[in-house]
Write a protein that binds this ligand. Structure first.
Ligand SMILES: NC(=O)c1ccc[n+]([C@@H]2O[C@H](COP(=O)([O-])OP(=O)(O)OC[C@H]3O[C@@H](n4cnc5c(N)ncnc54)[C@H](OP(=O)(O)O)[C@@H]3O)[C@@H](O)[C@H]2O)c1
Length: 237
């Protein structure tokens, strides 16, 4: 039997790791990415990812060579992806707008906007083109300009996530125009206790990832270019 295959970028901890566990528990073949630096440091999170029995590739969103090498490695093994998930992210804080510095702003865009775009570009040939292939971005409600409860703060993180949302919407339209039958979706996973949030959060990580995987499994092409939370509720762009 041919297992369905998902690749998750940023899979060694937090939401990425839990997505891998959830797909595994549903019988999927999983490929998780780690940053070369983190792999070399023997961080405890690597043991967690290895324990899932995932295949592992090395990707640093800030380094296109790693992205291309990982795509080439999978192409050589003739891997076909049913789902590709851009999940890695960094740095919610500082809260105050005037504490944001050039280097930090640039890094957020490199990691959460440019890197995911390059992964999409280099991994596109690997994604199934029979109309069932899916490209998922874990963005954030923080990137929503129209959210009724938008209360400011974390401007650097918000700007990067808004750009990632625009990427998902624009790719959906461009894929449609170029007859590339891949469905794109942006997710707000909920506020979850992870390293990124400094272990603050309200939503259970297993509940969030179960919800997101339910939605991914049922996702249809008509839903391409939409932005939803882990419960499937539409979030305004
Ligand atoms: N937690 C929340 O409440 C929440 C809410 C909304 C959206 N999100 C989004 O969910 C995604 C996952 O975050 P999380 O909360 O699970 O955080 P996390 O536990 O801190 O995990 C972040 C992941 O991103 C990876 N990463 C960081 N820089 C990277 C780079 N340059 N290249 C490739 N991967 C990189 C990390 O790798 P290392 O371990 O090597 O650093 C780690 O695997 C992020 O996009 C985040 O913005 C989270």
């Amino acid at each position: 039997m041919n297992l369905k295959t998902v690749s998750v970028v940023g899979a060694n901890r937090g939401i990425g790791l839990q997505l891998i566990r959830t797909f595994q528990s549903r019988g999927w073949h999983t490929i998780g990415s780690v940053r070369p630096e983190t792999l070399a440091s023997n961080d405890a999170s690597i043991t967690d990812l290895r324990a899932t029995n995932s295949d592992i590739v090395q990707i640093d969103y800030k380094n296109e060579t790693t992205i291309k090498s990982a795509a080439d490695e999978l192409a050589e093994k003739e891997v076909k992806l049913d789902v590709l998930i851009n999940c890695g992210g960094i740095k919610v804080r500082p809260l105050e707008w005037h504490l944001h510095e050039q280097e930090d702003l640039m890094e957020r865009f490199e990691v959460m906007v440019v890197g995911p775009f390059l992964v999409t570009k280099h991994f596109l040939p690997l994604i199934t083109k029979d109309g069932t292939g899916k490209l998922i971005y874990i963005t954030s409600k923080s990137g929503s300009i129209g959210a009724p409860d938008h209360d400011g703060e974390v401007i650097g993180y918000r700007m990067a996530k808004a750009a990632a949302n625009q990427q998902v919407k624009t790719l959906a339209l461009d894929f449609q125009r170029d007859n590339i039958p891949i469905t794109t979706l942006a997710f707000e996973p909920g506020f979850i206790k992870t390293k990124l949030t400094g272990w603050w959060g309200r939503v259970d990580i297993e509940e969030s990832c179960n919800g997101m995987v339910d939605i991914i499994e049922k996702l249809s092409p008509e839903q391409s270019g939409t932005f939803v939370n882990w419960k499937g509720e539409t979030i305004p762009w």
